[in-house]
Design a protein around this ligand. Structure first.
Ligand SMILES: [Mn+2]
Length: 278
């Protein structure tokens, strides 16, 4: 038995298959967790989503910002902005409702207590400890899992409030929680979430700090694994592990084995990178 976490797939279904070959994934024995953003932007969102869903007990995923965006688009279509071809194909599929329901009912946070590992799409807000993060994730998951989430999905968008306060309530509270778990990269010294910069931390504005470099309340023995920040690439420093190696952007798709003491990494280059090299 082996347990892996895989970075952002974003419709890169072929690369996912090659990565699973590389790790000799056996769905009867092994488990994969995806760090969110299974779909959107890449060429085969439908195939990627269907494949992960069909693995049932052997796979799970946390929600990413792209997953949530497509879920919102599916329940509240915008006639003036039709979906891109790859997403339209997902919406037109005979099992579309089932697939999108499965995606919508994924958690924002997965915790493997035995292997002391937590995974979310963008990270954990440094003012929260792991227990608080789990509890706040569940607050939003409960809403997304109801049949009446359409209204909430319309209220989900926006950058405010950008600083956590336990007294936040209603949609402001849920919006902050979703933004922290699915969109966070940089904060200011007061722990305000800042959304403009998406590049490599070496190029960031001086007064902005990656969320994982701010003093935090995480259990130092627990690995915090996240995707989302493709410009950051792979890193594993002080048990903070970033996994989005930008498959979609000509990088690769990366997995970390979390049930092994050495936490080995497996990565395959994406097709686009080969094309760029030609
Ligand atoms: Mn993302």
């Amino acid at each position: 038995m082996a347990k892996y976490i895989i970075g952002d797939i974003q419709g890169c279904y072929d690369e996912l298959q090659r990565l699973l070959d590389r790790i000799n994934f056996d769905p009867t024995n092994d488990i994969i967790w995806i760090a969110g953003d299974i779909i959107n932007r890449g060429p085969k969102s439908l195939e990627a989503l269907r494949f992960v869903k069909d693995l049932e007990g052997s796979a799970d995923s946390v929600l990413g910002n792209h997953d949530l965006h497509i879920i919102a688009e599916s329940v509240n279509p915008n006639p003036s902005k039709p979906p891109k071809e790859d997403i339209q194909r997902l919406f037109d599929a005979p099992d579309s409702d089932e697939l999108l329901y499965w995606l919508r009912t994924r958690p924002l946070l997965l915790h493997d207590e035995e292997n002391k590992t937590v995974v979310t799409h963008a990270g954990i807000y440094p003012k929260w400890d792991i227990a608080t993060a789990k509890q706040l994730a569940q607050e939003v998951e409960q809403i997304l899992q109801t049949e009446h989430c359409e209204k909430f999905l319309l209220e989900m968008y926006g950058n405010e409030p950008n600083i956590w306060n336990e007294s936040l309530s209603g949609n402001d509270r849920y919006r902050f929680i979703i933004n922290a778990f699915t969109r966070m990269r940089l904060c200011d010294h007061e722990y305000r979430l800042l959304f403009d910069f998406k590049g490599h931390p070496d190029d960031k504005p001086d007064d902005q700090i990656p969320w994982f470099e701010l003093p935090n309340h995480f259990d130092p023995d627990t690995h915090v694994v996240f995707g989302h920040w493709s410009a950051l690439g792979f890193r594993n420093i002080d048990n903070i592990v970033s996994l989005d190696t930008g498959c979609l952007w000509g990088g690769g798709l990366t997995a970390i084995r979390i049930d092994h003491p050495e936490k080995p990494i497996y990565s395959i280059p994406c097709k686009a990178q080969k094309e760029i090299k030609k």
